[in-house]
Design a protein around this ligand. Structure first.
Ligand code: SAM
Length: 216
C-alpha cells in the first residue's frame, strides 16, 4: 500500500469538499500518517473518509470531522489546548502540528489501553514535546494546566460540563458535540466577559462522553 499517495488523495478530497482550506491545516493533514493511528486490521482503510474501529467500542473520527473541528478553532503556534477523548491520538497529532513549536496540547482519554496506544502513536510521529496524553475522566477538564485558549471534545456530551467553561481563558473557545449520545450538535462556545456565546455549527455523530459530567 502506497500510504503517501493515499494521504495526498485524501487531502485533495478534503480540499475539494471545502473541509480544509487554511494553508497550515492542509499541511498538517498532509504530514500526519493516519495509518499509524489505526489498528493493523484497518490499515487498508486508513485513508477512507470514515470513522474506523480502534477497539474498546471506540472509533477514530472520520478525517472530514477532524477537518471541520480543526478549521473551526483557528489553531496556531503557542496556544494552550485541551482535548477530551484522545482515542487513537490522530486528532491530537493534527492539532500538535498546528500549535508547535511552542504550544501544548493536553489530551485526555479514560480508557487505559487506548491512552497507552495514543501515547505510543504520538511518540511514533515525533510530537511528544507538544502533545501529552493523560489517562483520566476528561468530563472534569484538566485543572492542573488551565486556563486553555481552546478546548475541544471528541465525544457527545449531555450539555456543556461546567469545568470546561471555568477552565477556558477569557476570549477562549470550546468546541463540543452536545445533545443525546450519538446524535448531537457541534457547538462553538466563546467565553466573553464571563458569559458564553454559542454558535451551532451543525449536526454530528460521536460516541458518548462518559464520566462525572457525561452520560451514565
Ligand atoms: N479524537 C480521537 C481520535 O483522533 O482518534 C477520537 C475520539 S473517539 C470518537 C472518543 C473518545 O472519547 C473515546 O476514545 C472514548 O473512550 C473517549 N471518552 C469518552 N468519555 C471520556 C471521558 N470522560 N474522558 C476522556 N475520554 C473519554
Amino acid at each position: 500500500m502506497n500510504y503517501e499517495k493515499k494521504r495526498k488523495e485524501m487531502v485533495k478530497h478534503l480540499i475539494s469538499e471545502g473541509r480544509i482550506y487554511s494553508e497550515a491545516v492542509i499541511s498538517a493533514f498532509g504530514n500526519v500518517p493516519r495509518e499509524v493511528f489505526v489498528p493493523v486490521s484497518q490499515k487498508l482503510s486508513a485513508y477512507v473518509d470514515t470513522p474506523l474501529s480502534i477497539g474498546e467500542g471506540q472509533t477514530i473520527s472520520a478525517p472530514h470531522m477532524v477537518a471541520i473541528m480543526v478549521e473551526a478553532l483557528d489553531l496556531k503556534d503557542g496556544l494552550n489546548v485541551l482535548e477530551v477523548g484522545a482515542g487513537s491520538g490522530y486528532h491530537a497529532a493534527i492539532v500538535g502540528h498546528l500549535i508547535k513549536p511552542s504550544g501544548h496540547l493536553y489530551s485526555i482519554e479514560r480508557i487505559s489501553s487506548l491512552a497507552n496506544r495514543a501515547r505510543e502513536n504520538i511518540r511514533k510521529v515525533g510530537l511528544e514535546d507538544n502533545v501529552t496524553i493523560i489517562e483520566a475522566d476528561g468530563s472534569l477538564g484538566l485543572e492542573s494546566h488551565a486556563p486553555y485558549d481552546r478546548i475541544f471534545v471528541t465525544c457527545a456530551s449531555p450539555g456543556i460540563p461546567p469545568p470546561f467553561v471555568k477552565q477556558l481563558k477569557e476570549g477562549g473557545q470550546l468546541l463540543i458535540p452536545s445533545g443525546s449520545s450519538y446524535v448531537s450538535d457541534l457547538l462553538l462556545v466563546t467565553k466573553k466577559g464571563g458569559e458564553i456565546d454559542e454558535k451551532n455549527l451543525g449536526g454530528c455523530a460521536f460516541v458518548p462522553l462518559r464520566g462525572r459530567y457525561g452520560f451514565k
